[in-house]
Write a protein that binds this ligand. Structure first.
Ligand SMILES: [Zn+2]
Length: 251
């Protein structure tokens, strides 16, 4: 069973003390959604898995405030800077037609937090959906790659869905999809072919839930093709084939 224990944490960036949680997840037999969210038998651990500092907006699991805490002056390369909380802002920032916009500059983790997350830090500390959105940005600044960022966006989408905020749910799914596609294009983030198959399946499922069933089918088929020889993924591949024919939201 997953255990969730209260934990007093100190922010490694701004030294604020906060009441956080240490979540030790374990295998569950709860329902599984077709975008691979496994519900826990007990309390859902996802809202408390990521802690948020109400002072500066830094986020992370308990160990990211302790033994795995980053340095405040961790360099953030120009390409990873910025934070977006609407699709329009994100599209504008990535539109190559805006050639005269100032080029992004290299920064540090502390500077990015001050610029982008601190204004909403107290709100995110109390709101799991916004906290996971913040965590997606922090993940990118820390350089852990687009797959981890995508996972954070997908969890933000689930939290928005739980709160019946459908437009925000879809917006965060769109960002998760963007990150997973980027990961597949860049390839180097995958250490095992299993993960490539799972992410290709999720790209299919996110496309389906965003209304593009042709693109979804293409990615279900891609997941199947990449799974060749990986017997232990047969349940996932059966699911990919069913989602192509007769899609549902729960396995
Ligand atoms: Zn802080």
């Amino acid at each position: 069973m997953t255990t969730i224990a209260p934990r007093s944490l100190t922010c490694p960036i701004c030294s604020t003390s906060l009441d956080g949680w240490l979540v030790m997840a374990s295998a569950s037999k709860g329902p599984l959604t077709t975008d691979l969210r496994r519900y826990d038998d007990g309390e859902d651990p996802i809202p408390k898995m990521v802690n948020g500092c109400p002072g500066c907006g830094y986020t992370g699991e308990a160990n990211a405030f302790e033994e795995l805490a980053p340095a405040a002056d961790l360099p953030v390369p120009a390409a990873w800077t910025g934070a977006w909380f609407s699709q329009e802002e994100f599209d504008d920032a990535h539109d190559v037609m805006f050639a005269d916009r100032p080029a992004p500059q290299g920064s540090t983790l502390k500077q990015q937090l001050e610029e982008h997350l601190q204004p909403h830090a107290a709100q995110a500390a109390a709101d799991p959906a916004l906290r996971w959105e913040h965590h997606a940005q922090v993940t990118r600044w820390q350089g852990t790659g687009p797959l981890r960022e995508g996972d954070a966006w997908l969890r933000a989408a689930w939290m928005h869905g739980d709160g019946k905020a459908e437009a925000d749910d879809l917006r965060c799914r769109r960002r998760a999809l963007h990150c997973y596609r980027k990961g597949i294009t860049e390839k180097r983030w995958f250490s095992r072919r299993e993960d490539l198959v799972i992410i290709a399946y999720l790209v299919g499922e996110l496309n389906r839930r965003l209304g593009d069933s042709d693109e979804a089918l293409k990615w279900y088929e891609q997941a199947t093709a990449w799974s060749s020889g990986l017997q232990h993924l047969e349940d996932l591949i059966a699911l990919a084939e069913r989602q192509g024919r007769n899609p549902r939201d729960v396995v």
